[in-house]
Design a protein around this ligand. Structure first.
Ligand SMILES: Nc1nc2c(c(=O)[nH]1)N[C@H]1C(S)=C(S)[C@@H](COP(=O)(O)OP(=O)(O)OC[C@H]3O[C@@H](n4cnc5c(N)ncnc54)[C@H](O)[C@@H]3O)O[C@H]1N2
Ligand code: MOO
Length: 428
């Protein structure tokens, strides 16, 4: 960068990305609960009914009065008269009297008058008589009504990921459909004359296989993007302008061509199209020449009216590690915001080895969680980490944020950790 403009801090650049994402939140749509897994709830859902709905049996056996079993043992069983049956889905209106037992199945409503359930294994039934070999406390093997959830509690909050466990709760409380955010669609513009798609023929002398055009869509999908279209464009001003002008979707991400070289056309192209710049240049390694802003157009956007809404644009540096890291640090939080999700919570880990530092820029280092001393979880930085290297991307699954300073940051220091979407250490 020849620009003398001061670099934006990582914190401020992330805040700008999140603000642009929030302003471009996607529309709310309603989907059947059976299709809602993996979507993001757009509205809070309140629990309408108590669960369990009724006092029910936790076991197959006999509904009884606990007082009738006082002192019962295998040698001196309590002898009860068998009356009626309560089956799951077929409750009885009969009231259990003193000295009586009623067959009951798991999930069946406990009849009035009963206050415990004896498991079949603890009783013998013959000729209309049930002999119970155990004494039980009142409430034994009964699931009380309302012990799980109560009306008025929240089931899910706006912004919650509808993972299978939340689908379970929504199913149980009888929710048929749920309001979710439409996943943002993305156009990825991958630049560079030298970039050749794998399978697209032999590489020329100075060519490289396309990394960003496959890795960035993968990362963005894992971060919640919907349809991701990839457009490849050579180092040509007019072609770059056309690629941005024609880019559909709610969000645009370019990779490469954003620096200060004679063949870097991303910023001039965005300028020619009237894009608004929020950030150019971040005090970050890798990722210094990152451009963040907005471009009018597209079919989606905040009001979902299309045509003219300001869509977030991220001009990521072309070096594969730089594109990857900046996608995780800036684009993923913007996507979260577009989906109405709160920012990821700040998490920290303790370095198990010294970490390299930069004198002036924050570093975002590819790292893994490892077992440290005393079997506590620690963070190990993978090295060496130049911006063209793919090995640390392949072996790492989170980013460790290391502030600038002289000399290495010593082992034992706490560092902020940022999840890499799709990798498992810190979850999504
Ligand atoms: N004079 C200066 N030169 C550079 C500066 C600077 O400040 N002054 N910054 C450097 C930094 S830091 C970075 S990062 C890069 C970013 O440059 P660009 O975003 O313009 O990226 P390109 O020049 O297009 O490509 C850089 C590098 O990445 C490879 N690349 C690009 N796209 C792909 C792809 N899809 N798959 C695989 N590899 C790709 C490309 O071949 C280059 O090797 O600028 C520095 N220069
Ligand atoms: O900032 Mo660049 O992203 O170092 O390689």
């Amino acid at each position: 960068m020849t620009s003398v403009a001061p670099l934006t801090s990582l914190h401020d650049a992330r805040a700008a990305a999140i603000a642009l994402g929030s302003a471009a939140a996607t529309a709310v749509e309603t989907v059947p609960i059976a299709e809602a897994a993996g979507r993001i709830a757009a509205e809070q859902v309140i629990v309408p009914i108590a669960l369990p709905r009724f006092d029910g049996s936790a076991m197959d056996g006999y509904a009884v009065r606990a007082a009738d079993l006082a002192g019962a043992t295998a040698d001196a069983p309590a002898v009860l008269r068998l009356v009626d049956e309560s089956r799951a889905g077929h409750p009885t209106d009969a009231v259990l009297g003193s000295g009586e037992a009623m067959r009951i199945s798991t999930g069946a409503r406990v009849p009035a008058g009963a206050d415990a359930v004896v498991r079949v294994e603890d009783a013998d039934e013959a000729d209309g008589v049930v002999r119970v070999r155990v004494a039980l406390a009142s409430g034994h093997d009964i699931r009380p009504a309302g012990e799980d959830v109560q009306p008025g509690e929240h089931a899910v909050a706006a912004g919650d990921l509808l993972h299978p466990g939340r689908i379970a709760l929504l199913g149980g409380i009888g929710v048929a459909s749920v309001a979710v955010r439409r996943p943002p669609s993305v156009t990825v513009v991958a630049t560079g004359d030298e970039v050749v798609v794998a399978g697209g023929g032999a590489l020329g002398a100075g060519d490289v296989h396309d990394v960003n055009g496959v890795a960035i869509p993968a990362l963005l999908r894992a971060a919640g993007a919907g349809e991701v279209r990839v457009v490849r464009v050579g180092d040509d001003r007019e072609a770059t302008i056309a690629a941005f002008r024609d880019a559909g979707g709610d969000l645009i991400v370019s990779c490469g061509g954003v620096s200060v070289g004679r063949h870097d056309h991303v910023r001039p192209a965005l300028e020619a199209l009237g894009a608004r710049q929020a950030v150019f240049g971040v005090a970050l390694q890798p990722g210094k020449p990152t451009w963040i802003g907005t471009l009018a157009g597209g079919e989606g956007g905040a009001a979902e009216g299309g045509g003219g809404s300001a869509r977030p644009v991220f001009g990521l540096p072309g070096n594969p590690a730089s594109a990857f890291v900046t996608a995780a640090l800036f684009v993923a939080p913007a996507l979260r915001a577009m989906l109405g999700r709160p920012p990821e919570p700040v998490r920290r880990g303790r370095l198990v080895e010294d970490a390299p530092r930069d004198g002036r820029r924050m570093r975002a280092l590819r790292a893994v969680v490892v077992l440290g001393e005393d079997a506590t979880l620690g963070v190990r930085i993978l090295g060496p980490q130049h911006s063209h290297r793919l090995r640390p991307l392949a072996d790492g699954d989170l980013l460790a944020i290391v502030p600038p300073g002289e000399g290495p940051l010593p082992a034992g220091s706490l560092v902020e950790l940022v999840a890499v979407p799709g990798a498992t250490s810190l979850g999504a």
